[in-house]
Design a protein around this ligand. Structure first.
Ligand code: SF4
Length: 242
């Protein structure tokens, strides 16, 4: 069965090599951007180069590499990169899809009203923002809050992977449908992904799914389900660490 451009990008982003016949390339494959990289850091413009360049980086080096990244077109419209925030040794890693306007302004993920709701959700299970780590699949804001493109997720994926390698969390929580579907490489609706532990092969970590706080602001009737998911997270973490 032919692999579509979109599927190919997703599979590559997950580290799964796909055979592409010689002389052909998937339509819409990412274009290498012109690097603007200081001499002290490697020039990274392709997914493979980013994988190689990030593998051994420590936290500060990784953050520096992200801050100057020009590997996808989002670098042309960002105010700044949004690396992540929280405890670099957290047991729980929350992953959203991409920064929004406020995150782009402040350089921190999950700020503004959605961020406040996430803080409240954490407090509900007796956690502070500083107890967990919060990151996004993409480190730069897609313009007009559009969904991340597969090729952007592909280029940015190694940064997230290296964050996970450095944090070594016990469990990952995907926030919202897009993050969940991208990370799990599925089209299954969020409602059917919740309340179960997925084993993420590439992360080699358990992963659970819940609603994005921005969605909960628009659909407060689902806050009860989000609460159930937080309890499920608590119980899952207890089971993993006992
Ligand atoms: S979104 Fe990721 S891959 Fe694209 S420019 Fe920003 S840091 Fe680089």
């Amino acid at each position: 069965m032919a692999v579509t451009t979109k599927q190919h990008a997703y599979l590559q982003a997950m580290g799964i090599e796909v055979f592409i016949p010689q002389g052909s390339s998937p339509v819409g494959a990412p274009m290498a951007a012109v690097p603007a990289t200081p001499e002290s850091l490697p020039d990274i413009t392709t997914h493979t180069q980013i994988v190689a360049a990030t593998r051994d980086l420590n936290w500060e080096q990784l953050q520096s590499q992200v801050s100057i990244c020009t590997a996808c077109e989002l670098h042309t419209t960002r105010s700044q990169t949004v690396f992540g925030v929280g405890n670099p040794h957290a047991e729980i890693l929350f992953i959203g899809e991409a920064p929004g306007a406020e995150e782009d302004r402040q350089g921190e993920p999950f700020v503004g009203r959605a961020g406040q709701l996430l803080n409240e959700m954490l407090r509900a299970i007796k956690l502070q923002r500083t107890d967990v780590y919060i990151a996004n699949i993409l480190k730069c804001r897609p313009p007009n809050n559009r969904d991340p493109k597969p090729e952007e997720a592909l280029q940015c994926w190694p940064f997230l992977q290296q964050q996970i390698a450095l944090i070594q969390p016990k469990i990952v929580v995907a926030l919202g449908r897009i993050a969940a579907q991208r990370i799990l490489h599925t089209d299954t609706p969020l409602a059917r992904l919740r309340q179960q532990i997925h084993h993420h092969v590439q992360f080699n970590l358990p992963l659970i799914v819940t609603y994005h706080p921005a969605y909960l602001l628009r659909s407060p009737q689902d806050k009860r389900k989000a609460w159930e998911d937080l309890l499920f997270l608590q119980q899952s973490l207890r089971d993993i660490t006992k």
